[in-house]
Design a protein around this ligand. Structure first.
Ligand SMILES: Cc1cc2nc3c(=O)[nH]c(=O)nc-3n(C[C@H](O)[C@H](O)[C@H](O)COP(=O)(O)O)c2cc1C
Length: 170
């Protein structure tokens, strides 16, 4: 994969995240790593100067095994795949790394950077550095129906804002 400047990236974030999905991964070869599928998230800018820092926002429920790795590490990655990997993403989003080596099971090849993990089969990788974490709280909702629809178990997500440090493409 080759690195390109973040500002050269031309993408449709809502199509890529909501419909094609992504993997959120964290960890290293030495310390261990895990990944999970996500279809909620944002790409944009906040803080910094001259238009803000390029950032991703992700939402992770407390029970996800991947959350332990995101909380432990300074970095997380977002990886996006060609369409033929949708079955693999479905599997990784319905099985936990706590119970099995799900990455080997779907046949993805982990690749390791300096303190982050991504996958060789990805078409696009974003390496993000955690800047901020905050819980979604029930007091913040203007529409109670969103709570009933999304949090019947009251397992509110933690939101993470991460600076996009590096973009890799095929
Ligand atoms: C299409 C899809 C989208 C998902 N989006 C999210 C998400 O944005 N946040 C989240 O916490 N879980 C999301 N999940 C659920 C996790 O991927 C799933 O619980 C996964 O098995 C967690 O794996 P882990 O326990 O190994 O971390 C999604 C699942 C699928 C199939």
């Amino acid at each position: 994969m080759k690195e390109i400047p973040v500002k050269e990236l031309i993408i449709n974030p809502s199509e890529m995240i909501a419909h094609e999905w992504m993997l959120i991964s964290a960890g290293t070869k030495e310390r261990g790593y895990n990944t999970m599928t996500a279809s909620w998230g944002h790409l944009g800018s906040i803080w910094g100067h001259s238009g803000g820092l390029p950032t991703s926002v992700i939402y992770v429920r407390p029970q996800r095994y991947t959350k332990e790795f995101i909380d432990r590490e300074e970095l997380y990655t977002l990886t996006f795949f060609p369409k033929e990997y949708k079955n693999a993403l479905t599997y990784l989003g319905t099985h936990s790394g706590r119970d099995e080596d799900k990455i080997a099971r779907v046949g993805l090849t982990p690749a390791f950077g300096d303190a982050y993990t991504y996958f060789e089969e990805a078409k696009l990788v974003m390496v993000c550095k955690k800047l901020y974490r905050a819980p979604i709280v029930k007091e913040g909702f203007f529409d109670e129906k969103l709570i009933e629809d999304n949090y019947p178990q009251r397992d509110y997500h933690d939101m993470y804002i991460g600076e996009i440090l590096k973009v890799l493409v095929q």
